[in-house]
Design a protein. Structure first.
Lengths: 302, 136
């Protein structure tokens, strides 16, 4: 039978932890509410942006714009690939970080040459993870100057990130740019996702389902298709990054809330089990004491 | 009742307007552009500027910062960073932003910072302009 004092100490320590997890639960649920609100506000923009860009591209005549340049002359193993990975700033949020990091790891493994992979990591946890990995001589360099938090996404931060990667693309420091983030499918299901940011891709290439070229009316571009695209693509990149940031932040809060809720529940369960054990031990001690007293009295009588 | 077309103005933080519109005037890079129903397909860029649209014979104004517009014969979609009605603009905040940006412009900055400050200044000035013009 375990010692009563030991059990009491354990219960006390679990109660302390319970207080912490419960407070974190409350905090993340209020943060989630805020994140949810901004996600709901941004989602129409996010989807409409993708939809509109797609339909704009259908009407775009072929342009020699730099962001469309697929650089096919560079062989697969020489292509410099950039990955923007959005993780959390803190841990204690269930499998959220784990999932996105594993997903990023998988993407890196798919790349032809890991030495040509460049990581732009948002969020402390991911940055730490990849830097530790870099020290262990598994290459894929992390950009040390790319320091952005994932807390409370702002359009301004998204713009800075977009400018950074677009510039690197223009300077041929990167040939492909991907964005890796966690997508909120619904409140119970979150999935890591990839979006290719650059080079800019046309999905349809103006072809109808039967393979013939679709006769799409060419839209007119003011002042010129190149000029419009030059502006439109940074705008698009900014919008997509912002949307992904909002989505990921919401996911983070959601999974932290779930994780903390689970922790609180299991702490309560443990306390319940331990109090039972404690009571049993106490009962046993009392019984023993009574037996001793009764035994003593009986021996006196005899 | 004049001919109308579907107009959608979506900012990053909300759906600003969605509905039937008779006439839309935007500030494109090279000047004002009027759009009515049946306009030819067009895509253009909207710098920070002013926007007006007519609903039920009444002109409505808005301050818009960086976005683009896609026009189809029966609809128009504007996607922008932000979009505000004149009465929503916080004059004090815009004024502060303008002063801050002007102050920064006087200091030595990198080219990138310079462009960013310039954009911020444009936004602030535009807000002030729209708000003073249409909301008193």
């Amino acid at each position: 039978m375990p010692n009563m004092r030991e059990i009491r100490e354990r219960i006390a320590s679990i109660q302390q932890i319970l207080k912490i997890t419960n407070a974190m639960y409350l905090m993340s649920s209020s943060k989630l509410k805020k994140a949810r609100k901004s996600l709901d506000a941004t989602e129409p923009y996010f989807y409409k942006l993708q939809e509109t860009i797609e339909s704009v591209l259908e009407h775009t005549p072929h342009t020699r714009q730099a962001y469309f340049d697929r650089r096919t002359n560079i062989p697969e193993e020489k292509r410099k690939k950039g990955y923007i990975v959005i993780t959390a700033d803190k841990g204690l949020c269930g499998s959220y970080n784990h999932n996105i990091l594993k997903y990023a790891e998988q993407k890196l493994a798919e790349a032809a040459d890991i030495d040509n992979c460049y990581l732009f990591v948002m969020g402390q946890v991911g940055r730490m993870y990849f830097q530790r990995r870099m020290r262990n001589n598994k290459k894929a360099s992390v950009d040390g100057e790319f320091l952005y938090t994932t807390q409370n996404p702002t359009l301004y931060r998204a713009m800075e990130i977009a400018q950074t990667v677009l510039k690197k693309f223009e300077n041929h420091e990167l040939d492909e740019v991907y964005l890796l983030y966690t997508d909120m499918v619904n409140s119970n299901l979150q999935e890591p996702r990839t979006v290719q940011l650059l080079p800019f891709q046309r999905k349809h290439m103006g072809k109808a389902s039967d393979g013939t070229m679709k006769k799409l009316p060419k839209a007119s571009f003011v002042p010129s298709p190149e000029k419009v695209m030059e502006f439109l693509i940074p705008q698009y990149a900014k919008g997509i990054i912002y949307g992904a940031m909002v989505e990921a932040f919401c996911c983070e809060q959601q999974s932290r809330m779930t994780a903390m809720d689970a922790a609180t529940t299991s702490a309560r369960d443990m306390i319940k089990d331990l109090s039972l054990l404690y009571n049993r031990a106490r009962q046993a001690a009392i019984t023993q004491e009574i037996t001793e007293v009764v035994g003593g009295a009986n021996s006196l009588e005899e | 009742m004049a001919n109308t077309f579907q107009l959608e103005i979506i900012a990053t933080d909300r759906v600003f307007f969605r509905g039937e519109c008779e006439h839309l005037v935007i500030t494109a890079i090279d000047g004002l552009l009027g759009i009515m129903a049946g306009h030819e397909p067009l895509v253009t860029v909207l710098p920070t500027g002013e926007l007006k649209y007519m609903v039920d014979g009444k002109w409505l104004y808005a301050a818009i910062s960086e976005g683009f517009i896609q026009v189809m014969p029966d609809k128009a979609i504007i996607l922008a960073d932000s979009c505000e009605l004149p009465e929503e603009i916080d004059i004090k905040r815009a004024e502060e932003a303008r002063q801050r940006a002007e102050e920064l412009m006087k200091q030595k900055q990198s080219i990138k910072e310079y462009y960013q400050t310039q954009a911020a200044l444009n936004r602030a000035i535009n807000r002030l302009k729209v708000s003073q013009k249409h909301f008193k």
